[in-house]
Design a protein. Structure first.
Length: 190
């Protein structure tokens, strides 16, 4: 008799919206952005990356902590305000896209002191460093939006070597701002 009483409770639990929303998500091309701002002799130089994929596994929008997060970024898709700067960024002193055509981030979402953040390893230009950054997760219809902004040190990854390695002309600190639109993977899709 006890098992009969537990069955409705178990069915309600399995049908709960939180469990129904947990799943794997992938970025939507054309609806996501990763931008950056560097400081060159006191002037802001802005740019972005045009090609990247982001995946989140085991992500429940109501309780995102614990989900895994990964990104593959095409370094050759970096652009800046001018074609000359864009071309320089592709070169060996900066992103060296011929040798390092992509960057990878692998980590997870966690709660830290009352806020959400992503924490993991960023591999960029042959350097691998721990990176954590704030993140918000909001639902818009059938999509999730991951947003945030943070500061990172370009010299941690060998970005700007040679004559650019001192940080005097171009500051080491780079501001990064992102907005990633995620769609849920279809059932059975990996």
């Amino acid at each position: 008799m006890t098992n009969v009483r537990l069955l409705p409770a178990l069915l309600c639990l399995l049908a709960s919206p939180a469990l129904a929303n947990t799943g794997n998500w992938h970025s939507v091309d054309g609806s996501s952005s990763i931008g950056w701002v560097a400081n060159w002799q006191g002037n802001a130089v802005k740019g972005s990356f045009k090609k990247f994929t982001v995946t989140a596994r085991g992500l429940d929008p109501a309780h995102p902590s614990g989900a895994s997060l990964s990104m593959k970024l095409d370094t050759g898709s970096i652009t800046a305000a001018s074609p000359d700067i864009t071309q320089a960024l592709h070169g060996a002193d900066w992103f060296n896209i011929s040798q390092y055509p992509h960057a990878d981030f692998t980590g997870h979402i966690r709660q830290n002191k009352g806020r959400l953040e992503a924490e993991g390893q960023l591999q960029l230009k042959g350097h691998k460093k721990t990176l954590d950054f704030p993140l918000s997760v909001t639902q818009q219809g059938s999509h999730l939006i991951l947003k945030g902004h943070f500061e990172m040190q370009r010299n941690d990854f060998g970005i700007g070597s040679g004559q650019w390695s001192s940080g005097k002309t171009i500051a080491f600190k780079v501001q990064v701002k992102y907005s990633i639109t995620l769609a849920k993977d279809n059932a059975g899709q990996q």
